[in-house]
Write a protein that binds this ligand. Structure first.
Ligand SMILES: [Zn+2]
Ligand SMILES: [Zn+2]
Length: 409
């Protein structure tokens, strides 16, 4: 019988290592939480990450078009590369949690838990750095700004993050905490589509203005635009498979200035959500054809601008099962739940998963003393995330990497 951890004896387990750095990760998360930054340019957040990674055996580079951080860990043995990703940005929300480490920046808050993601990824970098010699391959740590918009994953891919280790990453993993819905400490995931694509449609209907008393002398764009709004709903229910759903919501509609003036134009904007590349292409084509047809039927013109947002976030089936199995091995089967349906939100890790097979998983971080069903959701000013989950998150990302690299080496 040897003592558990003699100074020169066997190394600590990953679990013990993760627990040993938990208080450091909490401290980092709270420092990040106090000083949230929004968008592509996050200099103070970047500086905190660089300081937290300092001293680890990493090749660190920073972004050109955005304040990203890419860190590469080269293992002691040859092998493939695995990518782990965290987002970095906060939201334009005024914090109302009452937490002692609340935001000190007026009108900005880490209301989506990206502060926890950063601390978790730093934790994984520390755990894996301590195992560098035995690592059969490389790890790319991707710290990404602007997930909440305008999007940081695409510019990081353009700047080479997927090939940062010298070869294209063979797998990519990320996680997202939630302040409600899932119980504390429970992971949820899905094979295939996990989150929707979210695109915007901007429509301007052009007619000819005139006097409200003599519409036959004008070309009124308002009735045609109203017809378009109702036709969009009909198109969704008649033109799309209910098992490959599409959501179209017109959230803004503007036309005219007074009751007796027929305006020149009417304008409306819609959000379009879809859960497969096929449905996305089909709804874009369907909307364009139908709206121009309605305009022409009324002798009007319609300018239809479809602005692509983030694509569908699609988990690789095998990688999603690998993540679920790893969670069950680490924490027990009751800590993982398969989601029956995708989430109707969107996420720009989708750009990474479109290039590299991988999986994204959710982690319940609602403080256990609060009812997770009734708790404030991500993005709410009252959203609270319990940083007790940090060690488990870091351990999971490290364990996924160790297993995935061992598989291909
Ligand atoms: Zn968010
Ligand atoms: Zn988020």
């Amino acid at each position: 019988m040897t003592p558990a951890h003699p100074a020169s004896g066997p190394p600590m387990t990953l679990r013990e290592d993760a627990q040993a750095i938990q208080s450091d990760l909490v401290e980092l998360r709270r420092a990040l939480h106090r000083e949230p930054e929004i968008g592509l340019d996050l200099p103070r957040t970047q500086a905190k990450l660089l300081a937290a990674l300092d001293g680890l055996p990493l090749e660190v580079t920073t972004g050109t078009a955005l304040s990203s951080v890419t860190a590469v860990l080269r293992g002691g043995r040859p092998g493939p590369a695995v990518l782990l990703r965290s987002d970095m940005d906060a939201l334009p929300v005024k914090e109302l949690t009452g937490e002692p480490f609340s935001s000190q920046i007026d009108g900005a808050m880490h209301a989506c838990g990206h502060d926890l993601h950063m601390a978790i990824l730093v934790g994984a970098a520390r755990l894996l750095s301590a195992r560098r010699e035995e690592l059969p391959g490389s790890v790319i740590f991707m710290f990404q700004p602007a997930e909440e918009g305008p999007g940081g994953a695409e510019p990081m891919i353009r700047e080479g993050v997927l090939d940062a280790a010298g070869t294209r990453a063979v797998a990519a993993y990320g996680l997202h905490v939630s302040s409600s819905k899932e119980p504390y400490g429970v992971f949820t995931g899905r094979r295939g589509p996990l989150m929707s694509a979210a695109d915007r449609v901007h429509v301007t209907v052009r007619g000819r203005g005139g006097h409200g008393s003599q519409p036959f002398r004008a070309k009124d764009p308002i009735p045609a635009a109203c017809e378009m709004v109702t036709a969009l709903s009909t198109h969704v229910t008649r033109g799309h498979d209910i098992f490959d759903p599409v959501v179209v919501t017109v959230g803004s509609f503007h036309a005219g200035t007074a009751e007796n003036i027929i305006p020149e134009t009417a304008h409306f904007d819609a959000t379009v959500r879809s859960f497969s590349a096929d449905a996305r292409a089909k709804v874009h084509a369907g909307i364009t054809a139908m709206l121009s047809g309605i305009a022409h039927a009324h002798g009007l013109e319609a300018e239809i601008d479809i602005e692509d947002g983030y694509p569908v976030t699609v988990n690789d089936d095998g990688e999603a099962e690998f993540v679920a199995d790893t969670i069950a091995d680490l924490y027990g089967a009751d800590r993982f739940t398969w989601m029956p349906n995708p989430e109707p939100g969107s996420e720009d890790f989708s750009y990474v998963l479109a290039e590299v097979p991988g999986a994204f998983v959710f982690l319940g971080a609602c403080p256990p003393e609060i009812d997770h069903e009734a708790a404030a959701s991500n993005h709410a000013p009252q959203a609270r995330f319990d940083d007790g989950v940090l060690a488990d998150g870091a351990e999971l990302l490290a364990e996924l990497t160790l297993r995935r690299l061992a598989r291909d080496s």
